[in-house]
Ligand binder design. Sequence first.
Ligand code: PMP
Length: 398
Amino acid sequence: MKTVYVDNNATTAIAPEVLGVMQPYLTSDYFNPSSMYDAARSSAEAIESARRTVASCLGGIDPDQIIFTGSATESNNAALFGTVQANPERRHVITTTIEHPSVLEIGKELERRGQEVTFLSVDHNGELVLDDYVRALRSDTLLVSIMMANNETGVCYPVAELARIAKETDPGIVVHTDATQALGKLPVDLQGELQHVDLLSFSGHKIHAPKGVGSLFVRRGTRWRPFILGGHQEKGRRAGTENVPYIVGLAKACELAIAGVADEQSRVRNMRDRLQKALVERIPAVEVNGKQAAVRLPNTLNLAFHGIEGEAILFELSRHGICASSGSACTSGTLDPSHVLKAMQVPFTAIHGSVRISLSRYNNEDDIERIIEVLPDIIARLRKLSPYWNDERNCLEI
Ligand code: PMP
């Protein structure tokens, strides 16, 4: 049975071109880039070349502002804790209720450590209310951290505008964005649209590089302190021997992602839209979460089926070779609905029945056909077993 992989917001396949450029640094060029002998020089040069590539992919910025990290989670930790540590005089942080846990949990930790944190909520479309944001900005606001695109719903946030408003209110406010799901799907231009963003995080494994490598952009002049201390690597801004092959792979992946933003993403969007239309036509009582949002990632489809469990749907999809994921996280034996869908007030009859399908440039029309062929039957079968589903009338009954 052919595997249909549609869980690309969780992780992506490594691109063959990425593996190709990594290979020498996994085998013959294994040297520590800090070593003095000639043989190590190519490793050190490879890192600097990767830095230039990433910088050019983010709008042609000065490469010195790029720091390589071990993940977007690390980048987010470094961004938030590094800003708070460098600015003890300001106490207020603004973020949202729909951030990835690698920002959300830091927000909660900062509260425990005495910061005041505003968690902005979202409306039914998953969008922020601009007035709420403007009202939240205060004279002691230190940091705004709002993601570019949500990993569960694909809803995108107007970070360029939010950053501009923050700087107009007070140029001292530091603006961070988690661009992990946006890079490669939306333009990320730190010289242009995003010129008011000070810190930006992203990860390799969402753009066809390996897991375990990421990056943090720190705009020159930002009041920020390094988060991981130790050796002098990354100009003292992130200690630890550099992961040369992964850094080289990350840069190649950025290059490929940026090259494809327009063409590849419009092909991906067409596939997603066709899938969405076909499933909504064939399956009753389904919500497309984030459908009304002004901007949604072209690759993401988050569906909530009334009256059934997302986990059961995923299990059935998996039996057909289809790898998708659920909006709800299974934590320590209790099924908690997704914090994102909860924030969007998805009806309780549907919040447990959510499934996220996320495509990449490696998906094709056959994959879409296969899902259209299989999913409506799965939903119908599961609903037959649901106490909340009236099979005769083909509708939810509670
Ligand atoms: N932010 C977002 C929006 C994400 O989707 C993810 C990965 N799910 C992360 C951060 C964390 O990335 P990493 O796995 O590289 O730590």
